[in-house]
Write a protein that binds this ligand. Structure first.
Ligand code: KIV
Length: 256
């Protein structure tokens, strides 16, 4: 059965942990969906596969192009698409246009936006009022890399309280779930206990209502992984060996 935003909230109530992974193309999306992943995020970590150093250069056109491919590969999982840098922060109208395009053109069910500051809360409130499901994202927000770096956030009591308050404000604005990225486990637990909606952690300890990682990281395809990622298989090595074997056989005229 197709996963809905309401289903995620029910799973939190039932204590069933939510499995989320990123996808940027049809083939991986199809594999993740068939393997039973609950939520597939077309993250702006798409930057990795496009060869960008940060998520900042990713455009709305690029997100839409890849999200369409992902959506074609998914039957059951909930598909959420990141709005990239400066396609929603300028004004509510800009956010509405970008989110509207994503939903209309890709067939995805929801968008994700970074940040929990007052203007973003207001923007999210308006998107939700317009019928657009929104996922929040607080803690380390990679679109703010030039302000925050890629360091763990919420380490001091004041910083932790700010993130907690952002999460509460986002829930009140109507998000159906929130990504908690790279914050201390005790803070993630506090937020998870406080909110009715599910928290999806990435580098935020084991007490969130679900976990998300970048698929390229768990498959060992990324050049470097964040410290909190777990590599479940080394596809860089597997691919390199396969390509070297093919090259050898072609040069030796063993293939075909
Ligand atoms: O862009 C992305 O892949 C993300 C996840 C890391 C949560 O936002």
């Amino acid at each position: 059965m197709a996963v809905t935003t309401q289903q995620l909230i029910q799973w939190k109530q039932q204590g069933r942990s939510i499995v989320a992974l990123t996808a940027w193309d049809y083939a991986i999306a199809q594999l993740l969906d068939a393997a039973g992943v609950d939520l597939i995020l077309v993250g702006d970590s798409l930057a990795v596969v496009l060869g960008y150093e940060t998520t900042l250069p990713v455009t709305l056109e690029e997100m839409i192009h890849h999200a369409k491919a992902v959506r074609r590969g998914v039957k059951n999982a909930l598909v959420v698409v990141d709005l990239p840098f400066l396609t929603y922060q300028e004004s509510i109208q800009q956010a509405m246009q970008s989110a509207g395009r994503v939903l209309k053109e890709t067939g995805a069910q929801a968008v994700k936006l970074e940040g929990g500051y007052p203007a973003m809360v207001e923007t999210i409130e308006r998107l939700v009022q317009a019928g657009i499901p929104v996922m929040g994202h607080v803690g380390l927000t990679p679109q703010s890399v030039h302000q925050l770096g890629l360091r763990q956030q919420g380490k001091t009591p004041e910083a932790g309280e700010r993130i907690l308050n952002e999460a509460i404000a986002l829930e009140q604005a109507g998000v159906f779930s929130i990504v908690l990225e790279h914050i201390p486990a005790h803070l993630a637990l506090q937020i998870t206990q406080k909110l009715r909606i599910p928290t999806i952690g990435i580098g935020a300890g084991s007490d969130c209502d679900g976990q998300v990682l970048v698929t390229a990281d768990i498959l060992g395809l990324s050049e470097k992984q964040p410290p909190f990622a777990k590599v479940y298989t080394n596809l860089r090595e597997t691919i390199t060996k396969a390509v070297q074997n093919f090259s050898l056989e072609v040069r030796d005229r063993q293939f075909p």
